[in-house]
Write a protein of this length. Structure first.
Length: 204
């Protein structure tokens, strides 16, 4: 293996390419420690040592820090590590490391996410957001089942009407169409919205 390029990516870090392909990022002192110079050979033993003693240790610490900052899905954590230019095999190992301590759990994340947003968003919107975060559909289904219908979509519609300061009793047809359209885009069914507005009017 030949070191074909060493390019600065910050004031202290350098991107190292081996045989024409990006391999990893090292600090200046680490380049010296492992005697990495452009145009010179890099043994497999040295590459393995860099991965195990430097990159993996750094990725584990980075993963722990990211999860202590906020709860994340596995997909989101992988993306953060990928943006940090860690090699795929290092990312895999770091993810397995935090998983072994229970710090990364998509099922728990999905359940907490559903529970915290029930009564404020539609099931469809919550599902779409979790899917965007990379949570598998089966875990989303399990989360909805575990959380039941606490709050429910009716409460969510009612809260949005209050937030919009919408009074069905005083709304004309155009305003009514506008609020139905707004709530439909939020993922609520026509029937749910109709029932809430009907009861909202009778409660007023």
């Amino acid at each position: 293996m030949t070191v074909t390029a060493i390019e600065p990516c910050s004031k202290t870090k350098y991107k190292v390419s081996i045989d024409g392909k990006f391999a990893f990022v090292l600090y200046k002192g680490e380049l010296s420690r492992f005697h990495i110079r452009e145009g010179e050979e890099l043994s497999e033993e040295t590459r393995q040592k860099i991965c195990s003693e430097v990159l993996l240790k750094r990725a584990k610490l980075r993963a722990m820090h990211l999860l202590s900052d906020m709860d994340r899905t596995e997909n989101a954590l992988r993306e953060k590590l990928r943006l940090g230019l860690y090699p795929p095999e290092i990312i895999d190992a770091a993810v397995e490391y935090v998983k072994s301590f229970g710090y990364l759990n998509d099922a728990r994340y999905a359940e907490n996410y559903v529970r915290s947003r029930q009564g404020m968003k539609s099931r469809r919107e919550i599902r779409a957001q979790l899917q965007q975060k990379g949570v598998p559909s089966d875990l989303i289904d399990d989360a909805f089942e575990a959380c039941g219908d606490e709050g429910g979509e009716s409460d969510a519609v009612r809260r949005l009407l209050e937030k919009k300061r919408f009074d069905p009793a005083r709304a004309d047809e155009r305003e009514m169409q506008r609020i139905y359209g707004y709530l439909a885009r939020k993922g609520f069914s026509y029937e749910t919205v109709r029932q809430v507005i009907q009861n909202y009017t009778s409660d007023a």
